[in-house]
Design a protein around this ligand. Structure first.
Ligand code: GDP
Ligand code: MG
Length: 437
């Protein structure tokens, strides 16, 4: 994922607790490449990374997190703000409110019209009327009729009238007389941007004065989506974008590119053929999707809040001098526990987190480990080399564990110290605050 790549890219980053210009260029290049892979337009990816570079420079790295993780957060925050930051308003107030749906053929307009009607009916308690203004294909009208039936929403269809503008006007009249408070007009699309199609939708627009003009675009179409969006916006000055087919394996980069290019908010996303697969667009969620990163930001924020920089520095020094002992180990365990879910957090703890992860101590093992450390004398904790066979026996008895458990734990601890020693010798270990990043 992009997240892994960012953290990977940052393995080379030199710096003393700061993200610096040194080596930042290669990281920026990596981010740019990853964005392009996620379907973000190259020029946009470039401008985006320029902004990220500026933000990242001089940013202080908290010891508890690696520069890579901090960079992920900067990138994510910037993605969110670029995609509008907040959830966009959707204007469905009117008597009736008029929503015009436009886009290429196959983009998902008719399906979305049905989903939106269902959403407004069930979530907003509105009374919608669907309008079949795609007059060229009888199948298109039939498709809308079927959808309307499935969701219990009336559909305005005029088989004999071939003028979409008149159909839209008649539908609004019908809505008024039947007390429908929102009219959703599904229009005809072509396979490519086409003057006749644009003129037709523009004519409907001027005749019905819509509250919202939603441009529907297939997120799987990548770069083409951006050009299409631009063509429709130049002509229709639409009020919002609907991204469809997000259930496919698209990374969602189209969302970023479109918002950036036409500067219109994405209002809804559609992610399936079922009628309830419609969602309000949340920039935050899309940013996470583009990064492929789950909950990393939350984790980073928790780490930032919980970790004591001084403690991390102290620990770092001890690791450097190969003096890491059971007291340090216990302190680290306590910090890990304060932060909540062990499984999620364990990889983030400087030094210890990585080591524990590598030697694969499971969640359950922590109770036993704490009991064993608790059964050691202060002298033993501060000097693990003291712990011989008879002391191991005593620790086993005191902690209610077997001698085999104690031996296994001592062995793991030794492996961990070996690992720390090794990493200290590697250049990376010296660069990362807290030891191993
Ligand atoms: P229109 O030509 O713009 O009206 O597009 P349609 O609504 O007829 O959709 C074209 C095809 O895409 C149909 O087969 C739909 O079932 C499918 N489709 C629409 N929206 C989605 C979606 O969000 N996910 C998936 N997987 N398919 C969709
Ligand atoms: Mg259609």
């Amino acid at each position: 994922s992009l997240q892994d790549r960012l953290e990977g890219a940052f393995k080379n980053l030199k710096g003393e607790g700061r993200i610096t210009d040194l080596n930042i260029a290669s990281t920026i290049k990596e981010i740019r490449r990853a964005l392009v892979d996620a379907d973000v337009n190259y020029k946009i990816a470039k401008e985006f990374t320029d902004v990220v570079r500026e933000k990242a420079q001089g940013e202080k790295v908290i010891n508890a997190i690696s520069p890579g993780q901090l960079m992920v957060k900067i990138v994510k925050d910037e993605l969110v703000s670029l995609m509008g930051g907040e959830v966009a308003e959707f204007n469905s107030k009117g008597a009736p409110a008029v929503i015009l749906i436009a886009g290429l053929q196959g983009s998902g307009k008719t399906t979305f019209s049905g989903k939106l009607a269902s959403f407004l009916k069930n979530q907003k308690k509105l009374s919608p009327l669907l309008v079949a203004a795609d007059v060229y294909r009888p199948a298109a009208m039939e498709q809308l009729r079927v959808l309307g039936g499935q969701i219990g929403v009336d559909v305005h269809i005029e088989e004999e009238n071939k003028n979409p503008v008149e159909i839209a006007q008649n539908a609004i009249r019908e809505a008024r007389s039947k007390n429908k408070n929102v009219v959703i007009i599904d229009t005809a699309g072509r396979l490519a941007v086409d003057e006749a199609m644009m003129t037709e939708v523009a004519n409907i627009k001027s005749a019905v004065n819509p509250n919202e003009i939603l441009f529907v675009v297939d997120s799987m179409t990548g770069q083409d989506a951006v050009n299409t969006a631009k063509a429709f916006n130049d002509r229709l000055d639409f009020s919002g974008v609907v991204l469809t087919k997000l259930d496919g394996d698209t990374r969602g980069g189209a969302a970023l590119s479109i918002k950036y290019t036409v500067n219109k908010p994405i209002k809804f996303i559609s992610s399936g053929e079922k009628l309830d697969t419609i969602d309000i667009f949340y920039p935050e969620r899309m940013a996470q999707r583009i990064l492929g990163m789950g909950d990393i930001t939350t984790l980073v924020e928790k780490a930032q809040a919980q970790f004591d920089e001084e403690e991390a520095k102290r620990l770092e020094k001890k690791i450097r001098k190969n003096q890491f002992d059971f007291d340090d180990f216990r302190t680290q365990l306590e910090q890990i526990k304060r932060m909540g879910n062990l499984k999620d957090l364990i990889g983030m703890i400087p030094g210890v987190g990585k080591a524990i992860k590598d030697i694969n101590i499971s969640d359950d093992a922590f109770k036993g480990i704490e009991a064993m450390i608790g059964s050691m004398t202060p002298a033993e904790r501060a000097n693990p080399d003291l712990i011989d066979t008879s002391r191991r026996n005593r620790i086993a008895k005191g902690s209610g564990k077997t001698i085999a458990d104690v031996n296994a734990f001592m062995k793991q601890f030794e492996q961990m110290r070996e690992l720390m020693k090794m990493m200290n010798k590697m250049p990376m270990g010296k660069m990362m605050p807290g030891g191993f990043g």
